[in-house]
Design a binder for this molecule. Structure first.
Ligand SMILES: C/C=C(\C)C(=O)SCCNC(=O)CCNC(=O)[C@H](O)C(C)(C)COP(=O)(O)OP(=O)(O)OC[C@H]1O[C@@H](n2cnc3c(N)ncnc32)[C@H](O)[C@@H]1OP(=O)(O)O
Length: 717
């Protein structure tokens, strides 16, 4: 996996060969090839590069679960650093994690201008434990190293040069430049080039710096342990001799390596890639379905969602026709979209894509686009009308996409002459920022339409997940029982503060009630009204809380009747200084309202602890996830987990709801659902899904075997 050649007569060239990213497999022969180069008297210096334009993507993450043998990365890098001939890293593509650590063990680093470097181990629940946490602060100073190691961000070659990580940046052939450089430094003393022998650059008030960074990291980590261990490791670099620092790095890594969080984060890494390999129940798949090229798109309806989608498309390099029928709204949208494009461009240091967007009041302007995204108000009659107009206005073959969070994609498709061209593209607000996109296929959507929407989503930088058509698709369908349980907990004695605190301690950025205040209580109220669940009046007792044969909490409706829509009205589950304010404060009115409500309904408040909040809200959500898998709406648990981690704030270090269920143990989840179902028989979403029961009965297979197990279980039905 490492090839050795001699070039320019006296330079040993070691090429890492382990496609696709030249990950450092432990069995790799770098040590062996290094020994060859060092023992060859004709070799004066050595260059290490990677094949196919990528230096090295780091340690092989797939190997983390297995028993690893052979020289450790630390030993290998140490051997390189102690070599008595100069070793130069020729960095193209990526030098990440163990890849950058290997480069830091080299005496010099030459990078291509388009390469990117970083220590992203923290995002896998780890720390740079091949000496990276000890060498980087010695090379670039404590503050910069802390920033890179605790965030895991990748830096450009230009920034790496500025920080002092690399010695030279080239626009030309990197290996040639490195070989030339290696020849020029042959014979020079290597002592000043061995980073591990340097002290960390002096830093005034080190304690205050670490305290400040630790506080910041704890706040943003939301329960993740790796960022904290990263700070501790850098602190060791700043305060201890290298050998002791390495020992501290090893201890910290040992704790992280076997933690559930590292497993969860590594699962997320692979799950994000797995969702790109989508498949539909019809048998259509990513690798046999060719996407259509999309150069020109249109967005219909320029409310909040339409504006965000327009910005996302334009920033991806597409020409966009943005349509809004009312002149005033069109002008307002134009101003807002231009502002968003300008701010985005400023952040990314590029020119704003203002001229990529053409504004029109006329739907006929979409005549020659390749794809349309309809983003009008969430009303089936209005969307149907728009779809009919689009079918008449667009050139044959134009893909028609609807941005809906709840409506039936198949029903809309049936209103067009070409239902195979219709898919849902469910964006999340703000659409140019949020990473998630649900691509919703109906029974008649063609594989090509799905492939095109998935590819467009990927180009926009979204985690795009293909899902089947059902009420709420995947994300919102699972959210419903989660929210309902939270309402029931309030009826039984909890407060919004208690529920939110439990969920935020678990790792959600916002608890369910703060989130509801942010998105607006009126949104759910409108949906419940549409479903015929909202009854005006003040009926009391148990029967008033049973609707359509199941337990129902009218608490949200009652708040809406009071005009409490959340942040936008300055009152909701919390109070705010003024409408639009974001700082939620506990509201005594709400507490006395809850007391009066319980009294009116004959409910006696009891003490509810965090564990009950988590079990009832999370297990109800997870249970719906099992229904979704059973129904074939999501092809596998990874699809659900990516949706929850990228769009719903599920803490990444818990891997997503299905991974979490797997980690807690399916039997335990089943037992707790059964327990709560006995206590609340009128709550159908606490009734364990038959798939969960069948998986437990078949011995609770690990998550990577669920898909196979589900296929087997389905074939037995
Ligand atoms: C201690 C720990 C140490 C010392 C470590 O080094 S931990 C690993 C640190 N490295 C990383 O976190 C880098 C992870 N990889 C990436 O960020 C990206 O893959 C990339 C920037 C290197 C390339 O990106 P891109 O071109 O978009 O390609 P993909 O991301 O789709 O990846 C292609 C396939 O390669 C697999 N892959 C990538 N990195 C690794 C790795 N380090 N170990 C094992 N496999 C890796 C990835 O899963 C893709 O596989 P398929 O999905 O195609 O099967």
């Amino acid at each position: 996996m490492a090839e050795y050649n001699r070039v320019s007569e006296c330079v040993g060239l070691i090429t890492l060969r382990n496609p696709p990213v030249n990950a450092l497999s432990v069995s790799q022969g770098i040590v062996h090839t290094m020994q060859r180069a060092l023992s060859d008297p004709n070799v004066k210096s050595v260059v290490i590069c990677g094949q196919n334009g990528i230096f090295c993507g780091g340690a092989d993450i797939k190997e983390f679960g297995s028993n690893m043998t052979g020289p450790t990365l630390i030993q290998m890098i140490h051997a390189i650093e102690s070599a008595n001939k100069p070793v130069v890293a020729a960095i193209e593509g990526s030098a990440l994690g163990g890849g950058l650590e290997l480069a830091l063990g080299c005496h010099y680093r030459i990078a291509h201008s388009k390469s990117r470097l970083g220590l992203p181990e923290v995002s896998l629940g780890l720390l740079p434990a091949a000496g990276g946490s000890q060498r980087l602060p010695r090379l670039i100073g404590v503050p910069a190293a802390l920033n890179l190691i605790t965030t895991g961000r990748h830096v450009t070659a230009a920034e790496a040069l500025q920080l002092g990580i690399v010695d030279q940046v080239t626009d030309h052939n990197t290996v040639d430049a490195a070989v030339k450089f290696a020849l020029s430094v042959a014979g020079r003393s290597l002592d000043p080039r061995r980073i591990s022998t340097h002290p960390c650059p002096q830093q005034p008030d080190l304690d205050a710096l670490f305290e400040e960074v630790m506080q910041k990291v704890r706040q943003s980590a939301r329960g993740a342990i790796a960022p904290i261990a990263c700070v501790q490791a850098v602190r060791a670099a700043a305060t201890l001799p290298y050998a002791q620092g390495i020992e501290r790095e090893r201890e910290l890594m040992a704790t992280l390596f076997t933690s559930g969080q590292a497993r969860a984060l590594q699962y997320c890494f692979f799950a994000e890639r797995a969702v790109g390999r989508w498949r539909m129940p019809s048998g259509a798949r990513w690798d046999t379905s060719k996407p259509r090229p999309v150069q020109k798109a249109a967005v219909i309806g320029l409310g909040t969602m339409g504006r965000g989608i327009t910005v996302a498309l334009a920033q991806t390099g597409l020409s966009v026709i943005a349509v809004e029928t009312q002149e005033k709204q069109l002008m307002e949208a134009k101003q807002a979209i231009s502002g968003m494009l300008e701010r985005g461009a400023k952040r990314r240091g590029v020119a704003p894509a203002l001229d990529r967007v053409i504004y029109s009041q006329n739907i006929q302007a979409v005549a020659d686009v390749d794809l349309v995204i309809e983003a009008v108000f969430e009303d089936i009659a209005l969307k149907t009308k728009v779809f009919q107009q689009l079918s008449a206005a667009c050139k044959p073959g134009t893909l028609l996409c609807t941005n809906t969070s709840a409506l039936d994609v198949d029903q809309l498709a049936s209103e067009t002459p070409n239902p195979e061209l219709v898919v849902g593209m469910h964006f999340f607000a703000p659409a140019h920022v949020m990473k998630l996109l649900e691509v919703v296929y109906g029974p008649r959507s063609s594989p090509q339409a799905v492939a095109t929407a998935m590819q467009l989503g990927k180009k926009m930088g979204k985690a795009s997940v293909a899902v089947g058509n059902c009420r709420g698709f995947v994300g919102n369908r699972m959210l419903k029982p989660y929210i309902e349980e939270a309402f029931f907990l309030l009826e039984e004695g909890a407060t919004p503060e208690l529920v939110d605190q439990a969920l935020e301690e678990f790792g959600f950025p916002m608890g369910v009630f703060r989130m509801s205040d942010l998105s607006g209580l009126d949104v759910g109220w409108r949906v419940r009204k549409g479903d015929g669940l909202v009854e005006p009046g003040t009926a009391s007792g148990r029967s008033a809380r049973i609707r359509q044969g199941r337990r129902y909490s009218p608490l949200g409706d009652l708040l809406c009747e009071e005009g409490r829509f959340g942040q936008k009205t300055g009152r909701g589950w919390y109070q705010y200084d003024k409408p639009g304010s974001r700082v939620a404060r506990s509201d005594p009115w709400l507490h006395s309202f809850l007391g009066a409500y319980r009294a009116q309904h004959g409910l006696v408040a009891r003490r509810i602890d965090h564990q009950e909040v988590l079990e009832r809200c999370l297990y109800a959500l997870i249970n719906e996830g099992f229904h979704i898998l059973d129904d074939g709406i999501a092809a596998g648990p990874e699809d659900i987990d990516v949706i929850y981690v990228s769009g719903y704030g599920w803490p990444r270090h818990c891997g997503g709801p299905m991974f979490y269920a797997n980690m807690v143990g399916l039997a335990k989840v089943l037992e707790r659902l059964e327990h709560y179902q006995q206590l609340h028989p009128e709550v159908p979403h606490l009734q364990p899904s038959s798939l969960l029961r069948r998986l437990v009965a078949s011995g609770s297979p690990p998550i990577h075997k669920w898909e196979e197990a589900i296929k087997k279980l389905h074939s037995q039905l």
